[in-house]
Design a protein around this ligand. Sequence first.
Ligand code: PLP
Ligand code: COI
Length: 340
Amino acid sequence: MENIEWGNLGFGYVKTNYNVRCYYRDGKWGELEVSSDENIPIHMAASCLHYGQEAFEGMKAFRGKDGKVRLFRPEENARRLISSAQYLKMAEPSVEMFVEACKLAVKLNADFIPPYGTGASLYLRPLLIGTGAQVGVKPATEYLFIVFVTPVGPYFKEGFKPIKCMIDRDHDRAAPLGTGHVKAGGNYGASMISSVITHELGYATPLYLDSKEKRYIDECGAANFFGIKNGTYVTPKSHSILPSITNKSLRTLAEDLGLKVEERPIDYTELPTFEEAGACGTAAVISPIGSIFDPTTNETIVYSKDGNAGKYSIELYNMLRGIQYGELPDNHNWNVEVEM
Ligand code: PLP
Ligand code: COI
């Protein structure tokens, strides 16, 4: 292992030692297998390559202040992958198999779990793909579930500094009754054009509106949106957004803080009324939103005038990170310790 500058890691791929694999053949899952190969041999007619039978997860393991290694709410990711598999008609891993594979992948790559205090963590990428050859549009009969890990730093280069977003009305990442609520690779393929254009224009991420009426806030690139006003944490309710585990956790922490919580459609005209806004997700953690540019009106809504996050965003961030790094009591039993 080369010397890794833990404090300077971005959100990219760093080779680690092992990954964990499990094959679904003849109607059943096999045993977990450990591999040191970064490549997967794949049939050219595999259903994931042609018809997008592919779903993934994103989660993190943290090395705590006490030296213990913890996964954050892995059963939630397992359940979400199962719901993705159900929608895309893929073989479903069990919650137990998913969590066991994640623990094993963390344990086998112990050298790559960033030290406490560096701000970095070990990102886990569980992946489920249809590997069976299929030329007609129908589900494959063979699948591969794989978990690889890679140490990461902040998703946005701004870290916890407020980011600039831009409303994108020209592209939809998901259809109203489509796949937005599951973590299908196709959603990300559909969003590439939008994220490249917004980056080129100098924004960290696009903000998507609902694709039917173009009125309601959906989500913020690869993260959910939340706004805070009048002592209330407000986050969109929409069938076409990914149910974020970070957002679910922040709703609980917001209540712990004494905030009211509302999950409801957010009309874009409500945006200027928020006192704080943020993007949240495993990769994004909380990325405070400093401003939102609306190309239709040519107006910019500014949340952060001084370049800093708002007070509730800071408190929520500290609570979430504190629990994940074992600095604060895990009152909701979210962490799962990995025996090293
Ligand atoms: N929305 C999208 C589209 C995402 O890709 C992610 C990342 O997983 C999220 C939201 C945040 O979800 P979570 O908090 O479970 O990581
Ligand atoms: C995550 O937050 O885990 C994501 O999946 C976001 C992105 C890197 C796809």
